[in-house]
Each structure stands twice: as structure tokens, then as C-alpha cells.
Write a new protein. Structure first.
Length: 354
């Protein structure tokens, strides 16, 4: 081997070593461990249109060790054959339901058994059948897509639980995640003519997240491929953070998605009820009443604040998600609104058994 060949070989080896060190630092050494233990089935599967959806016919258990002022807690997530959350294993979706519920973790029932969620409580409050298709981290975008996917259930009422953060989620290609890399998802984007539409996710954020959580990257090939994917995810996350649309665009996106949700509900003969669920007792963002139009809106801010003023706590300590008392309040207020406005006429053949 001549001197030039040796020099080239050393240069290539140096470049390869530098790339491996870079991957090790960016994909592993600077990605923190998260306080979460996942057991059983994977909670999510990748969906090329939405980004992530609930694993059908599954049982996952999430365990969160104590951190700071939050106690250790664990909860089980069961899904039926469509991915709707249910009380236990073996759930099979009905052919039709009275109420279809969509939203994020506030509606899905983070940290709670399904029986304690407001969606499940509506079964008892309204003597109706309910399918809860909410999922943690979802925004209006994914809620609309999930509604369309399950339109054949022919609900009479669609309940969408919205929180303030949906304004940001609707326009971001990355959903909220424990890790500093992109959990890729569908989002509102604008074409050259300035018209909004729903863009597909950029990559498989579900696999990226689940592989990192499980530590399933110890063999050299997986370590390399996953590491490159994490680097890609960190770049996507950085670009999404840097290119956050202006508030006017967020408002425009919400208006577009709510119109599409209303149109989708109309097409299946359902009424749409948007329910604002307060975060830390805060009022709804000013954009919501501006864009809601003639869509039925139930704002639960006053109800939450009244309970707070009476000395009640409606959020999980050290976490911020609604607790059992909050879900009981939400179901009670939603049921009252549904009855007062005559939003639902239940047929006995479609009622939930028991």
C-alpha cells in the first residue's frame, strides 16, 4: 500500500470514527432517560396518514415512578378491535354507537382507569353507548382524522375535547413527546396558493420513540440505524421549533379543522359538540370563540373555577392532567348540556349493556 492509499484510508477511518462519535453523542448520550416504564403491548402503531394511532385489541400498562412532588402511579390501557379505549381485554367494537369521543390525553384519561374517564361516565350519565377514540398528544388534526376513520359507526353525537395547546399542535409536524426528537404527526400546512390542508407525517416517530424507550438498539446494526433515525428526528424537531407559524396561522388552522370536523359530522348525520377543557383552570384562548362560528361550544372554565373556589383540586398533583374528580365534573357538565339542548336521542337497541 503506497503512502497516498494509507493517507486516504486514515482519512476515511477518521471520518467514520467522527460520525460514530457524533451519532453516539446526538442520539444516545444527550437524550435523557424518561421516568416511564411500559409493559405489555405497544400503546401505539405507526399510521402513515396520522402518524400514530392506538394499537387495536391491546393491553398496555404504564408505570410512572415518583418524581419531585408527583407520586408513583400506574394505569392500564385496553383497546377494542378499532383502537377505542375500553374497560378490559377482549373488547369488540359495536356496529354503531350513540356518541363518538375524540381528543387528547385530557379526554383519553391519562393516569386513570377507563371506568373513571368522562367518556366512560357518559355511558351512565346519558344511558348511551360511547366509543372513546382520544389519544395522548393528539390535536384537532388527528381528532378529525380519527373521526373520519370511524364514521361508519354512525354516531348521533360527536364530542371533541379541546385544550389550549391544540392551537400549537395543529400546525406542528411533531407532537409533544418525552424525548427531544420528533414524534412525527399529521399537521396543517399551506400550499403555494395559501390554502390549508392536512400534511402527512414526515417519518415514523412511533418506532423511534418505542425503540428508544425499550432500549432495543444494542446490536451494532440497530444501534447505527436507530441512531441515524434519532439524529433525523432531532433535526425535524429543531426545524419544527424554529419554524413555528405565527398566531394568525394557528388560528386559521383551527378554523379550517373545526369546519372540516363540522362537515364530517354533518355527512354522517351527527351533531358536533366541542368541549373546552381548562389547563390549570385557565380560560379558553381568545382564538376559540372567534373561530367556533355556529359550532356548539361548551366551555368548562367556569365549572372548573367554581370547584377550585370551593377548595377542590381537579388536577393530578405534580402532573397537571385532570384527575377523577375532574372527569366526574366534565361528564356531569357535558351530560347536562346534552340533555338541555336535546343533542341526543338514544335508541334502546344502541345502549351500552349493564
Amino acid at each position: 500500500m503506497n503512502k497516498a492509499s494509507k493517507t486516504l484510508l486514515l482519512a476515511l477511518a477518521s471520518i467514520a470514527a467522527s460520525l460514530l462519535v457524533g451519532i453516539a453523542v446526538a442520539a444516545y448520550l444527550t437524550v435523557p432517560r424518561i421516568p416511564l416504564i411500559s409493559e405489555g403491548d405497544g400503546l401505539l402503531v405507526f399510521d402513515p396518514e396520522i402518524g400514530a394511532r392506538a394499537t387495536p385489541s391491546s393491553h398496555a400498562r404504564r408505570i410512572y415512578p415518583a418524581v419531585r412532588d408527583r407520586q408513583t402511579f400506574a394505569f392500564d390501557i385496553y383497546t377494542d378491535d378499532r383502537g377505542a379505549r375500553v374497560d378490559g381485554p377482549g373488547g369488540k367494537s359495536r356496529d354503531q354507537v350513540d356518541i363518538l369521543v375524540v381528543g387528547d390525553s385530557f379526554t383519553w384519561g391519562y393516569a386513570l382507569a377507563n371506568e373513571d374517564t368522562y367518556a366512560r361516565r357518559l355511558v351512565r350519565e346519558l344511558d348511551a353507548s360511547v366509543s372513546n377514540f382520544a389519544m395522548a398528544a393528539y390535536g384537532t388534526t388527528q381528532s378529525l382524522q380519527i373521526l373520519r376513520r370511524n364514521a361508519d359507526l354512525a354516531p348521533k353525537l360527536v364530542v371533541y375535547g379541546i385544550i389550549a395547546h391544540h392551537l400549537e399542535r395543529n400546525v406542528s409536524p411533531c407532537l409533544p413527546s418525552y424525548y427531544p426528537f420528533c414524534f412525527s404527526a399529521s399537521h396543517v400546512a399551506w400550499n403555494e396558493a395559501g390554502q390549508p390542508s392536512i400534511a402527512r407525517p414526515q417519518s415514523n416517530g412511533v418506532q423511534r420513540f418505542q425503540r428508544h424507550l425499550a432500549g432495543d438498539f444494542l446490536d451494532p446494526v440497530t444501534w447505527l440505524t436507530h441512531g441515524i433515525d434519532v439524529v433525523r428526528g432531532r433535526l425535524e424537531y429543531g426545524l419544527a421549533t424554529y419554524a413555528t407559524p405565527a398566531d394568525e396561522k394557528k388560528e386559521e388552522a383551527l378554523a379550517y379543522l373545526l369546519r372540516e370536523m363540522q362537515r364530517s359530522a354533518d355527512q354522517i348525520g351527527a351533531k358536533l359538540l366541542v368541549v373546552y377543557l381548562p389547563t390549570n383552570y385557565y380560560s379558553a384562548p381568545a382564538a376559540l370563540p372567534r373561530v367556533i362560528g355556529d359550532i356548539d361550544l361548551l366551555d368548562l372554565t367556569d365549572a372548573f373555577q367554581r370547584e377550585r373556589d370551593r377548595g377542590a383540586n381537579l388536577y393530578i398533583v405534580g402532573d397537571g392532567h385532570p384527575n377523577r374528580a375532574a372527569h366526574e365534573l366534565m361528564s356531569r357538565e357535558i351530560a347536562r348540556h346534552v340533555r338541555d339542548k336535546g343533542l341526543l336521542e338514544v335508541k334502546s337497541s344502541r345502549r351500552e349493556p349493564g
